[in-house]
Design a protein around this ligand. Structure first.
Ligand code: C5P
Length: 230
């Protein structure tokens, strides 16, 4: 089994991110670079991580007209990344354009409903709550458009796996080992529990990066998933 943990390097500090990635290399399966990092360092910053032997998930959540998103995905393909994401709410044509633009070089996944949105927020933007129904509706659309999977909360794994089958990639943030600070996450799950529920990739940020000893924290998580290190 490959290590399902992708560490989220949510920092504008390139040197610190690179140093941490190097140290964490034996204990995590990949890394996630998001908007905070990309806004500070752009494509050149992402390239700094190619050649480290990590699959990189570029979490920029593209959401625009199909032609623009296709262009953004094509540009991202020059960055040697393994996973790129878009917003499912961009609609079928946008989703299909993103997948086609990747040309099989990276997996394209979609965000359904941001986990920060409540049922009340959905109604405020003209979507029909409850959020769980909207997540399922959009995830089915994502699959029908030929994309590789979705980002979802741990509590959505079971219904999505049941509805979408075993080959659909479920990428899950909001993971908290027992005793870790919640931060701004509310509906969390432990790494082993989420892995057993059927998550393919566990996106974990602060429980590793803000730990007093990030390497030990990553190692503890990997060991809890059944990996052993000598
Ligand atoms: O530090 P923490 O483990 O909460 O980091 C989770 C990462 O996953 C962050 O980079 C966050 O932006 C991202 N994410 C999330 N919830 C989503 C989608 C992405 O926490 N629904």
């Amino acid at each position: 089994m490959t290590n399902p943990v992708f560490v989220a390097l949510d920092t504008p500090d390139l040197a610190a991110a690179k140093a941490l990635a190097r140290e964490l290399r034996p204990y995590v399966g990949g890394l996630k670079l998001g908007l905070e990092f990309f806004s500070a360092h752009g494509p050149d910053g992402v390239r700094e991580f190619s050649g480290m032997g990590f699959p990189v998930f570029l979490d920029l959540k593209f959401h625009d007209i199909p032609n623009t998103v296709a262009g953004a995905v094509r540009s991202a393909m020059a960055l040697d990344v393994a996973i790129v994401n878009v917003h499912a709410a961009g609609g079928p044509a946008m989703l299909a354009a993103a997948k086609e633009a990747a040309g099989g070089k990276a997996r394209i996944i979609a965000v359904t409903v941001l986990t920060s949105l409540s049922d009340g927020d959905l109604a405020a933007v003209g979507q029909t709550p409850p959020a769980a129904d909207q997540v399922l509706r959009l995830a089915k659309l994502v699959k029908a458009c030929g994309l590789d999977g979705v980002v979802c909360s741990a509590h959505e794994i079971a219904p999505l796996r049941a509805a979408l089958g075993k080959d659909f990639l479920l990428v899950v943030p909001g993971i908290r080992p027992q005793g870790a600070a919640l931060g701004d996450q509310t509906r969390v799950m432990g790494p082993l529990e989420a892995h057993r529920a059927g998550a393919d990739i566990l996106v974990i940020g602060r429980p590793i990066t803000a730990a007093p000893d990030p390497v030990q924290a990553a190692r503890d998580i990997a060991e809890s998933l059944g990996f052993s290190f000598t």
